[in-house]
Structure formats: C-alpha cells, structure tokens
Design a binder for this molecule. Structure first.
Ligand SMILES: NC(=O)C1=CN([C@@H]2O[C@H](COP(=O)(O)OP(=O)(O)OC[C@H]3O[C@@H](n4cnc5c(N)ncnc54)[C@H](O)[C@@H]3O)[C@@H](O)[C@H]2O)C=CC1
Ligand SMILES: O=C1[C@@H](O)[C@H](O)[C@@H](O)[C@H](O)[C@H]1O
Length: 336
C-alpha cells in the first residue's frame, strides 16, 4: 500500500495531537500539509514533521501536492467549509466531532456525498473505538443483560476551555453520548429534555454548568447524561447500561488500585487525550486503512447529521425547559 498523504486542518489541541499520532503510531500515512489561521502555531506544528508544508488557508492545504486525505480538527463552525473543499476533490475525510453544529450544515454534507454517489466522510466519535465501549456493545448485542432500559451516563471535564459556551455543553460534549447511545442501542434519539440546576460556583460567569440531559430513544429506552465541564477533579466518562436481566458499567477507570500507608485509591485521568488515547489511535488507524481503500469504516456523515439533529433539539429544550422532539429527515439509501 502506498503511504497516504494527509492534510490536517486546524492545529490546536486535537489537530496537533493527531499530527503527532500520525507520525508516531499510525502506519501507512504521513502528514504532508497542515493549515491553521494562526500562522505561528501552524509553523510550529509543521516544523515537527519532515516534509510537511504549512498554510494559513485550508483550501491551499487541501490542494497541496501529495494530499490524498484530509483530517479536520478546526472548531465545529469551520467544519462544513473544510469538508466541502475536500469532497470537491473527492478526498476521504476524518472530521472531528461535531460534524457540523447544526443539522442544516450536515444535510449539505450528505447532499455533497449523494452527488458523488459514495461515502467519504468519517466523524471523530472516537468512543466507538474505545475497548470498554466495544465490550459493552458486544454484551448488549449478544443480549447479555436483556433488552436495554436505561443508559446512565456521566461526562465530567476538570475545566472547560475559555471559549466554551452553555450551548457547547450539549453541541460539543453531550454529542458524544448521543452518538454512543445511538450506536450501543442501535436506535435513534427521538426526544430531549434538559434540566439545568443552579450553576456550580466553579463555572465561569454565564456558563450553565452542570446540566442533566434526558434522551428518549426509538426503542423505548431512556438515556440520562450528567454533563459537568468544570467538575475540578478530573476527566470521567462513565456509562451504566441497565437491561431487563442485568446491568453493566464502564468507565470507572480503576486500572490500578494502590493500597499503602493506611489508604487505598487510584488516579483520575485529567483529560480526554489521556482517557481516550488508545481510542484516538485506533480511530485514526482504521480511518487510514479504510481511506486507502476509498471506504469509510466508522461513524459516517449520517451519524454526524443525527447527532446534530439531536443537539438542535437539545438546545431548544434547554432554552424552553420543555421536552423537545427530534426532527430528522429520512435516512438516504447511501447510509442504510
Ligand atoms: N474527539 C474528542 O474527544 C475531542 C474533539 N474535539 C474537537 O476537535 C476540534 C478542535 O478542538 P480543539 O483542538 O480542542 O480546539 P483548539 O481551539 O485547541 O484548536 C482549534 C484550532 O483551529 C484553528 N482554526 C480556527 N478556525 C479555523 C479554520 N477556519 N480553519 C482551520 N483552522 C482553524 C484555531 O486557530 C486553532 O488552532 C473541535 O471540533 C472539537 O469539538 C476537541 C476535543 C476532544
Ligand atoms: O470532545 C471533547 C471536547 O470537545 C468536549 O469539550 C469535552 O467535553 C469532551 O469530553 C471531549 O471529548
């Protein structure tokens, strides 16, 4: 197999981490171009990769010599433009979540793929590549705990970045649970309710943090998500599935428990780059292997659209305080 030349669009926290990962742990690929409007940042990232050209314009990076595929790690509102540029060139794409912040943008991506007649876009819902999530999915698929009734989810970040808004708790954070729930249960989310307690005193001024998000699914299950992005003590992503004949829980993170000095305990990961390091590696490896065959082997643009539709309902539910139904178009044949 020839080496896949990748353009990485956006070289902030995730983009720089993906550039490092492609060089360090992903075979069969190399970064040939990077783009970021922050000229200093993009130059610094390119300087660490032999043969990578630095651009401030994503279009120029996408059109650079040797680019066979595009990995997008810019902020959500910039994703649609970057995806459409890549699709114009019929290049495979791995786009960080969310695919787009709104369902309308996601529908334009679906339309671009429909015109090409094939799927080229994978969305960075990396939990599908996490070993614990995979085991939970296998158990549910095998009927190991009977028909699922509830997913109880906890999603906590130590602290939110300065640019974080109340909408992003749903559109940037809870989208992971939306995708995980759809994938684990094999069902669509049909309605959303959002409850917002008095904000934590640790939350930045104006940020509605934490929140409780309730998702109803097409198969009659209920998913509750505590999203708390300034919990202060670390990064925790937990999921307990309760079925008709049992329950199963992942994400306790107790890989090693130390008993010493009259105490017992373990460490808590401080952010997603640690907790999901293996999942990101496997996600990018699988994408590279599939992209080299012109295929998508993971969450696709339809999954990105579905998550955006649920997020839209979630934002309306948060504003109104009322249970809000999710509106989705019929799934096109390309994604069945
Ligand atoms: N899968 C996961 O667990 C995670 C995914 N993400 C996603 O990754 C993406 C990037 O997030 P972070 O790296 O945390 O943000 P960041 O703020 O650290 O980096 C974003 C970078 O994109 C650049 N940028 C801004 N506009 C751009 C444009 N039009 N074209 C190209 N670059 C542009 C910025 O200058 C910055 O360097 C987002 O979609 C976010 O939701 C972020 C954290 C974890
Ligand atoms: O995707 C991510 C971030 O964008 C988001 O802001 C965090 O809340 C999530 O834990 C992380 O996985």
């Amino acid at each position: 197999m020839n080496t896949l030349g990748i353009a990485v669009i956006g070289t902030g926290k995730m983009g720089a981490d993906h550039v490092r990962r492609i060089g360090a742990t992903v075979g069969g690929a190399r970064v040939v171009a990077v783009a970021d409007p922050d000229a200093e940042r993009v130059k610094a990232v390119a300087a660490g990769v032999e043969g990578a050209a630095a651009f401030t314009d994503p279009a120029a990076a996408t059109a650079a010599p040797g680019v066979d595929a595009v990995l997008i790690a810019s902020p959500g509102p910039a994703h649609e433009e970057a995806i459409l540029l890549a699709l114009e060139r019929e290049l495979p794409v791995l786009c960080e979540k969310p695919l787009t912040p709104d369902p309308e943008g996601a529908l334009r991506v679906l339309e671009a793929e429909r015109r090409l007649g094939r799927r080229l876009v994978q969305v960075g819902f990396m939990r599908r590549f996490d070993a614990e999530y995979e085991r939970l999915k296998e158990l549910l698929d095998a009927g190991g705990i009977g028909r699922p009734l509830f997913l109880h989810c906890r999603h906590r970040n130590a602290a939110s970045p300065s640019f974080f808004t109340s909408d992003m708790l749903i559109g940037d954070s809870v989208v992971h649970e939306v995708d995980a729930a759809r994938w684990l249960l094999g069902q669509e989310v049909t309605a959303v309710t959002v409850l917002s307690p008095r904000p934590s005193s640790a939350a930045p001024e104006g940020l509605s943090d934490p929140r409780l998000v309730l998702l109803e699914t097409s198969g009659g299950a209920i998913v509750d998500v505590e999203i708390f992005v300034n919990c202060g003590f670390g990064y925790q992503v937990r999921c307990e599935a309760v079925g008709e004949s049992g329950s199963a829980r992942i994400g306790d993170g107790h890989a090693m428990v130390v008993e010493a000095g009259g105490r017992w305990g373990g460490e808590i990961a401080q952010d997603f780059t640690t907790r999901f390091a293996d999942a990101y590696d496997r996600q990018v490896r699988r994408w590279v292997a599939a992209a080299a065959r012109g295929r998508v082997d993971g969450p696709d643009a339809w999954d990105g659209y579905a998550a955006a539709a649920v997020a839209e309902a979630g934002l309306a539910a948060a504003r109104s305080g009322v249970r809000t139904e999710v509106r989705m178009v019929e799934r096109p044949g390309l994604y069945r």
